[in-house]
Design a protein around this ligand. Structure first.
Ligand SMILES: [Zn+2]
Length: 210
């Protein structure tokens, strides 16, 4: 495990490395940010947004919480989406879950988890929506992995429900919403190939806000 002192030594090395390839790296970084991507992922320490995507500072606007949830009354995630879509004008919004997610496992554990109860209930709601499919999967780990995928899809739909996304897409053709799962067993990113146009049309029957 990394020691507290080590972090600052590593930081000094990182600064030197960045400057050695581009002497003005930090001067340029300080000017502004213009990311094309909003990444909404899990807080899990093993799933590092920029590192697994090979992205540099300035390229990804990031929001992380337990279970990569997009909850309509969470001022935090809603502010992030609004700012990213309307001000930064990102072209892609990604919701990224991961197999072996502790949040998803905890949500399916019959136990009082205190303050986590209302948060994780959102994952239980995803289970309820897809109960028949999930109950038909015998293997416990495979069922949880499938719940991870379905949770990502439902959170993508929650992103599409926002007025910011619906308005911006109508006017500019962006952002496109994507669902990914990071396979923690292999490190590979899996694109769930969510059909954004189809999902948008489908949910606007009820959730149209423009
Ligand atoms: Zn997780």
């Amino acid at each position: 495990m990394i020691s507290y002192e080590q972090i600052f030594e590593n930081n000094q090395r990182w600064v030197r490395d960045k400057r050695s390839t581009d002497t003005d790296f930090f001067q340029k970084l300080a000017l502004d940010q213009n990311p094309d991507y909003l990444y909404i992922g899990c807080s899990d320490s093993r799933v590092t947004a920029e590192e697994m995507m090979g992205a540099s500072p300035g390229e990804i606007f990031v929001h992380r919480n337990i279970g990569n949830l997009v909850v309509s009354i969470d001022v935090n995630v809603m502010s992030v989406i609004n700012y990213a879509v309307k001000i930064l004008k990102v072209k892609h919004v990604v919701v990224c879950g991961h197999y072996r997610c502790g949040g998803v496992t905890a949500a399916m554990t019959p136990e009082d988890l205190g303050i986590l109860n209302p948060w994780l209930r959102n994952i239980r709601d995803v289970y309820r929506l897809h109960r028949d499919e999930l109950n038909s999967i015998e293997d416990q780990n495979k069922r949880l992995d499938r719940l991870v995928e379905l949770n990502v899809k439902e959170q993508c739909i929650n992103v599409i429900k926002t007025a910011a996304v619906q308005q911006q897409y109508l006017h500019t053709g962006y952002p496109i919403v994507h669902g990914w799962v990071m396979d923690i067993n292999t490190g590979q990113l899996i694109d769930l190939n969510i059909n954004f146009e189809k999902e948008l049309k489908g949910i606007q029957e009820i959730y149209r806000l423009i």
